[in-house]
Design a protein around this ligand. Structure first.
Ligand code: NAD
Length: 280
């Protein structure tokens, strides 16, 4: 049965890192027949070296993988916080692949040296940067795509990636929690403002996903290793009702569902995908 995704043009941000929700989403949408533009900053932040990011080779290998699935694909190196670059990227997608219909705002994160610390120790510049990447980037890409979707007149789907940390404040992730809570608010406003144009806007709130974000050096993983019986693995077993980390593909499946025809009547929602870790 068709999900309605085949032959649609999708833009996925934060797509390059080898084991990431964005890459899994790009591949999942392509498996369902979408033509995919994969956007990523694909370079380390000079000013926040602790925040791991992908390289241009990761973006190139993703495009190869997408094309091998029989769809058209392009890679775009851009920073979602750069308004001009985002505008140019959306123009490129529409010119090279056709009118953009699906947008997955996946770029984001937090980490050591990137806003993950007790609030008393978070420098203003790190706080601002975390809001910029997670919140402003989502706004800029959504606005650029929505104006093209409205112009084209065939509606569209936008899925934002918030977090369980956007539903309840997480100590040590203050900037991130604030940004992801704001993504939920932004999702609702975009859903209301663009509903009349046939655009649905939803968010997913993943729990603890086994991506490169959780590599050694992650403040939370290190803290659990140091403080919990059985370390991080023991914490996962006790705190996540399903007893295991989430696979990136499981977050991607929820995003694909929200892009599908089956989700046509769902808008403004922020859906937990957390193995039971977050139920509110
Ligand atoms: N991993 C988790 O446990 C988890 C849980 C909840 C929510 N999330 C959210 O899911 C999303 C993806 O997380 P992930 O775990 O796959 O992270 P990841 O670090 O593995 O991937 C993030 C990707 O975004 C790219 N990126 C970072 N800044 C960018 C920018 N300014 N412009 C363009 N691209 C940029 C990186 O290069 C990378 O490819 C993030 O928004 C994150 O906050 C992750």
């Amino acid at each position: 049965m068709s999900t309605g995704i085949a032959d649609k043009v999708a833009l996925v941000t934060g797509a390059a890192r080898p084991r990431s929700i964005g890459r899994a989403t790009a591949l999942r949408l392509a498996q369902e027949g979408a033509h995919v533009a994969a956007l990523d900053i694909a370079q380390p932040y000079a000013d926040f070296p602790g925040h791991g990011v992908a390289g241009t080779d990761d973006l190139e290998s993703l495009v190869d993988e997408l094309e091998a699935l029989g769809v058209r694909a392009i890679g775009l190196q851009a920073d979602v916080t750069d308004e001009h670059a985002v505008g140019q990227a959306v123009e490129t997608v529409c010119r090279e692949l056709g009118p953009v219909h699906l947008l997955a705002n996946v770029a984001g994160g937090s980490g050591a040296g990137f806003g993950a610390a007790p609030l008393l120790d978070v420098p203003r510049a790190e706080f601002d940067k975390v809001l910029e990447v997670n919140l402003t980037g989502t706004f800029l890409a959504s606005r650029a795509c929505a104006s093209r979707m409205i112009e084209h007149g065939e509606g569209g789907r936008i899925v934002n990636v918030s977090s369980q940390a956007g539903k309840i404040g997480w100590p040590l992730l203050g900037a991130y929690s604030a940004a992801k809570a704001a993504v939920i608010g932004l999702t609702q406003v975009m859903a209301k403002e663009w509903a009349a144009s046939g655009i649905t806007v939803n968010a997913i709130c993943p729990g603890t996903v086994d991506t490169d974000l959780l590599n050694p050096g992650n403040l939370f993983v290190d803290l659990m290793d140091a403080s919990q019986a059985g370390g991080f693995a023991g914490w996962v077993e006790r705190e996540i009702p399903l007893g295991r980390l989430q696979e990136p593909a499981e977050a991607a499946a929820a995003i694909a569902f929200l892009c599908s025809d089956d989700a046509a009547y769902i808008t403004g929602e922020s859906i937990n995908v957390s193995g039971g870790q977050m139920m509110a």
